[in-house]
Design a binder for this molecule. Structure first.
Ligand SMILES: [Zn+2]
Length: 150
């Protein structure tokens, strides 16, 4: 009588998820400084918003991150909450000419957005690494290979 090999069911139990915890704030702070969230030494980016393929110091693979549009969204939220109240306060108290106001707000918005974009993306990648999201889960079967999410 033949016996069919039985695959053990893939059920999550606490022991199967016993990977060591990663500190979220440390990883995000390292990412904000554009450093590797695991070792804090290697550079995370090879271009302005292009992550390196892996950490040059510890070899952590960065290709699994899925920051997508979240960094840009967060930068808009943060910069908007600084520039808009500032503009309202200046208009209410001093009401300078529109040209002067635009000459102040537009460069502030542009420069602060560009300055924040890379650190915020680093922090988002650090967050994903700390929570083992997406490609940072070394126990997953990597079935979500990102055909739809680019
Ligand atoms: Zn590293």
């Amino acid at each position: 009588m033949d016996t069919v090999p039985v695959q053990p069911p893939k059920t999550w139990i606490p022991e199967s998820g016993a990977a060591p915890k990663r500190d979220v704030w440390t990883a995000m702070a390292r990412g904000f400084k554009c450093r590797c969230p695991r070792c804090g030494q290697g550079k995370m980016f090879r271009a302005f918003l292009k992550t390196a393929d892996s950490c040059s110091v510890c070899g952590q693979d960065f290709t699994g991150h899925r920051a997508d549009d979240l960094p840009a969204y967060l930068v808009i939220v943060v910069v908007g909450h600084i520039v808009v109240p500032l503009a309202l306060w200046i208009e209410t108290n001093y009401s300078p000419s529109v040209a002067l106001q635009l000459a102040i707000y537009l460069p502030i918005t542009l420069v602060s957005s560009l300055l924040l974009l890379q650190p915020v993306k680093g922090a988002v990648v650090g967050l994903q690494w700390a929570f083992r999201m997406h490609g940072f889960d070394d126990h997953a079967d990597h079935q979500e290979t990102g055909s739809s999410l680019g």
